[in-house]
Write a protein that binds this ligand. Structure first.
Ligand SMILES: Cc1cc2nc3c(=O)[nH]c(=O)nc-3n(C[C@H](O)[C@H](O)[C@H](O)COP(=O)(O)O)c2cc1C
Length: 274
């Protein structure tokens, strides 16, 4: 069956440097696997207003966001895809404002994760400096919370890509590897085991959700309905013993900091806070 790949671009330039990388990925994938459909979602064409910070998405659910714009359509497209590609140019050593706004508006997917296990590739470009930070920020600080299966995080310095043949060949080789891994991930029947980072985020997310039972009922209900308040992870998978020990030790560190900052009754105080 055809696999649908949605490419979300946070560059205002549809024929710019970041899109050129996405086109290479598309070409490589199409060569390897004919049964793929690619759809491009250019944020520059969408009406996506700034987040108002009301937290309605976590308190009442994403559909209760008071902003009337294209967020619902974008969510539908994200949920329909078998694989996702996120693109952003580096602007002032960060993602573009357009892409940041996209992350803000869909922040609730970190706490009401609807894209768990979806294979994902992230590509960032910068002129020269800091290209690697862009995909790391998107993948490690956002998509890992969303529970996506990030198969590649690629960052390229466009000046070097254009002027240095060795760099360009290496970059194209990396895109080719990503294309293969991405196709394999989409064909997999079950999502992979979580990394330590993903597992820790799950534990932290669950602990925070427990504090929110009355303050953010949509979030609490979302977790409860899926059995995630009792499960080992978002989906049926084996979490190895070492990962369990390390993940829980990291959580205890956070808890001991909370005890120090908020007092021994930090759990009750956080429940009141939320
Ligand atoms: C507003 C703005 C800020 C930028 N900031 C940086 C930067 O901090 N570091 C860098 O190396 N390149 C920077 N660049 C260059 C872009 O990251 C680079 O050209 C990128 O590949 C553009 O992608 P695009 O063609 O997809 O828009 C900046 C470009 C713009 C327009």
């Amino acid at each position: 069956m055809k696999k649908n790949i949605l490419i979300v671009s946070g560059s205002p330039r549809k024929k710019g440097n970041t899109m050129a990388m996405a086109r290479i990925l598309e070409e490589k994938m199409a060569d390897m696997e004919p049964d793929l459909a690619f759809e491009y979602l250019y944020l520059v064409d969408r009406d996506l207003k700034y987040c108002l910070g009301c937290m309605n998405c976590l308190k009442r659910g994403g559909q209760h966001c008071p902003i009337k714009d294209d967020a619902g359509l974008i969510l539908t497209a994200l949920k329909k895809a078998d694989g996702l590609v996120f693109l952003s140019p580096g602007y002032a050593h960060q993602v573009s404002a357009m892409f940041k706004n996209f992350l803000d508006r869909f922040m609730y997917l970190a706490h009401l994760p609807e894209l768990v296990g979806v294979p994902t590739v992230v590509i960032g470009t910068a002129g020269y400096d800091g290209a690697g930070k862009i995909p790391r920020y998107i993948a490690d600080w956002n998509l890992a919370w969303w529970g996506c299966d990030v198969v590649a995080r690629l960052g390229f310095a466009h000046v070097v890509f254009t002027l240095n043949g060795n760099y360009r060949r290496k970059a194209i080789g990396m895109i080719e590897v990503a294309a293969r891994d991405f196709i394999e991930a989409m064909k997999r029947k079950h999502p992979p085991r979580p990394s330590l980072r993903q597992y820790f985020y799950f534990l932290f997310n669950r602990m925070e959700t427990e504090f929110c039972e009355s303050g953010m009922p949509a979030r609490y209900g979302f977790w409860k309905d899926r059995g995630w308040l009792e499960s080992d992870y978002y989906y049926d998978t084996k979490v190895g013993l070492t990962k369990k020990v390390l993940g829980r030790a990291m959580l205890r560190l956070i808890e001991s900091r909370a005890k120090k900052d908020l007092g021994r009754d930090y759990r009750e105080r956080l429940k009141d806070y939320y």
